[in-house]
Design a protein around this ligand. Structure first.
Ligand code: ADP
Length: 405
């Protein structure tokens, strides 16, 4: 989705998501919600990096060495200069940075200063693969764009409100406190954005709604949101807990780790790799993309069928549990790659849930949904919706809120 800049007086926000070997970016017009330009630099630090820049409806691809994040962002700014849109004409009023782990400290977006940078660094043991590159991205972007405010938007912030009963693991308190072991959640920006969109779409006050949001992408998480406040979520200390995901196991008995270490001689790093990258749908069936998985199921592949059954069973357990946590359920919303596009997953999830008031209308549910759509039948007790998530827009709007631009 691209267009030329609107020239809106409020200006645009550059959203940066800096990973260990990639930088994703989007120039967002927060007023219209449009992505004016977007792109991705991949394989940073490898001999051949890949760059993709989408602007004016055209995609530019380049392959070149990108030694580090500083060079990646220099290349990005060079592409804006060369191909457009012209960043000075686009009136960039803030840069919004996605930061994965905000720990117990951050319950909302903050203007980046030395103390914030230090805190992000201190929280790195909780997200060793994510916070360090997030911070590098912030530092590099500040050096290249020193005249605009930089805002950190934390993936955990929306879940800072989890009651202690939901955020606390039942392990020795002293150990937990010393090592900051608690449930922080993830995908918070998406859960917050979608739950707010739901209220807007339904024209009902957010304060009145008891909601479950299912963010089903390659990573997947569920949340329970009461009156706009998150009260439960399925991801925990890290994004490994909870639902079955593309390559992540989600919930397992922690003793699986001891068992594999003691009996299979696997190291902690090997088990980490197993549970994060070789498990979930991929581990069960060899496929982590639902389109391919459905093809295997249709072809009668028993592993694929089991994978889908395990995925749906886990999801259904969470819906039931969150219904109980909320006491009353008004809205159930699907979002992200699977939630927005896979009508079969949506239909199969709600099978047998009609006694809980959860059902979908087959015609309303059919097909991919590019915009907010009610898929429950008229008069259903629980309104079931599909709402496309837009984390970049959410980050851009939060950045504006903080800078007051
Ligand atoms: P990420 O967690 O990487 O942000 P996304 O939210 O983009 O993931 O979701 C990616 C997943 O969405 C894919 O792995 C695939 O399973 C699913 N998906 C995407 N398009 C479709 C589609 N048309 N039908 C079914 N599933 C889809």
């Amino acid at each position: 989705m691209t267009s030329t800049p609107t020239g809106d007086a409020r200006g645009t926000v550059l959203v940066v998501n800096s990973g260990s070997s990639s930088v994703k970016y989007q120039l967002v017009d927060p007023a219209s919600g449009e992505a004016v330009a977007s792109g991705l630099v991949e394989r940073i630090g490898e001999p051949r990096g890949a760059v993709k820049h989408v602007a004016h409806g055209e995609t530019t691809r380049r392959e070149l060495p990108v030694p580090d994040h500083a060079e990646a962002l220099r290349i990005v700014l060079g592409l804006f200069d060369e191909i457009g849109p012209d960043l000075s004409a686009a009136h960039v009023v803030a840069v919004g940075h996605r930061v994965v782990q905000g720990g117990s400290r951050f319950d909302g977006p903050v203007l980046v200063d030395d103390a914030v940078e230090h805190a992000i660094e201190e929280l790195s043991p909780l997200a060793p693969l994510h916070n360090p590159p997030n911070l590098t991205g912030i530092r590099v972007a500040q050096a290249l764009l020193p005249d605009v405010p930089h805002v950190a938007v934390f993936d955990t912030a929306f879940f800072r409100t989890l009651p202690d009963a939901a955020a606390t693991y039942a392990i020795d308190t002293a150990v937990a406190e010393q090592h900051q072991v608690r449930r922080y959640g993830a995908h918070g920006t998406s859960h917050q954005y979608v739950s707010q969109q739901v209220a807007e779409v339904l024209g009902r006050p957010l304060e009145d709604l008891h909601q479950i949001v299912l963010h089903l992408g390659n990573g997947a998480s569920a949340s329970a949101v009461r009156g706009g406040v998150a009260v439960e979520t399925s991801m925990g200390l890290t994004p490994l807990e909870g639902l079955v995901m593309g390559t992540r196991s989600g919930d397992v008995d922690p003793a699986v780790v001891f068992h594999l270490h003691r009996n299979a001689g696997m190291s902690v790093d090997e088990i980490d790799d197993l549970l994060n990258r070789r498990s979930g749908l991929k581990g069960l069936s060899g496929e982590n993309d639902f389109r391919a998985l459905h093809e295997l199921v249709d072809a009668g592949d028993p592993r694929a069928r089991l994978a889908l059954d395990v995925y749906l069973h886990r999801l259904r357990k969470y819906v039931g549990a969150y219904h109980a946590v909320l006491g009353r359920l008004d809205v159930l919303t699907f979002t992200a790659g699977v939630g927005e596009n896979d009508d079969l997953v949506r239909a199969r999830l709600v099978e047998g849930l009609d006694a809980m008031g959860i059902e979908v209308d087959p015609e309303r549910n059919a097909g991919r949904k590019g915009e907010p759509t009610v898929i429950s039948p008229e008069g259903a007790r629980v309104t079931v919706l599909v709402v496309p998530t837009n984390e970049e827009l959410a980050i851009a709007r939060q950045a504006l809120d903080v800078t007051g631009a």
